[in-house]
Design a protein around this ligand. Sequence first.
Ligand SMILES: [Zn+2]
Ligand SMILES: [Zn+2]
Length: 335
Amino acid sequence: MRPSFHPRLINGPFDDPGLFVSFLFENRAILFDLGDIYTLSARDILKVTHVFISHTHMDHFAGFDRLLRLFLGRDKNLYLFGPEGFLRNVEGKLAGYEWNLVKNFYYRFTLFATEVRHDCLLTNQYLCQNRFLPAGDSEKMNFTGILHAEPAFSISAMVLDHSIPCLGFTIKERFHVNIKKDRVSGLGLEIGPWLGQFKQALFNGQDPESEFEVKFGKDESGKKRYILGDLAKQIALITPGQKITYISDVIYHKSNVEKIVSFAKGADHLFIEAGFLEQDRDIAQKKFHLTAWQAGRIAKKARVKQFTLFHFSPRYMGQDHLLQKEARDAFDGYE
Ligand SMILES: [Zn+2]
Ligand SMILES: [Zn+2]
């Protein structure tokens, strides 16, 4: 089975946190956190449609300028989400530059920013040609946990405590469509972008009796027509959807732990910060971070299938194996 979402940490575990999640068969990605993103190619960054920022400490938000620099003058919309105070932070960043020449830009690049509060979402938009000034008063909506939803997946947030409000994120696929490659080639077809359209048709609940056209080959010159339901029976197997949870910068206390455990429940992959070793638990507590043992315990309680640690304190440089082992022991240990 090939998963739909391919997550990879942007940097090594001692560098700025952040997760780049690319989508199978689509020229598209999302980002969790926006620290140093110089290890990502411009090509990869330009695939990003949505950016979810846990909080605006510099190591999670300093990549804003590079992102903006690359998107400037392009025909794109970019959607950013962040915690309480986020609109002020975004506007502060945008106010840091002169924008006198952008009115001549041909393309209408627009930034949409949403501030996630406990009970509501505040959204505003910033059009490049309008010197990135707010379009008006921010729009208020109820916050139900979901930040963004499409037929195939949704992205939700949980407000956590890091001495300031800090967001955890989950991307959850509604169901997973496994493509049987041998059957695809058995029909004389090739793997290609049409598979994305095929999956989209299933997620959209398109009538199984309706016609589906497959375009394939060089310049999509090959065309074959199928009944959608028949094609699905032949080449697809439906299984539960993929779930990825990202938790960065949280203190270990009862309410945070309970929230994270329920939020990450059964995740295929949990990405979780682990700043310190358990022997330095007091320092972790003072800095509102987790220890590796605590991260491993949370992963265990949430019954995740796999977890990855990041955001190690530089004091452990060269000792990352100790952090890994500590979390692994907590994960494998008894209840
Ligand atoms: Zn941090
Ligand atoms: Zn922080």
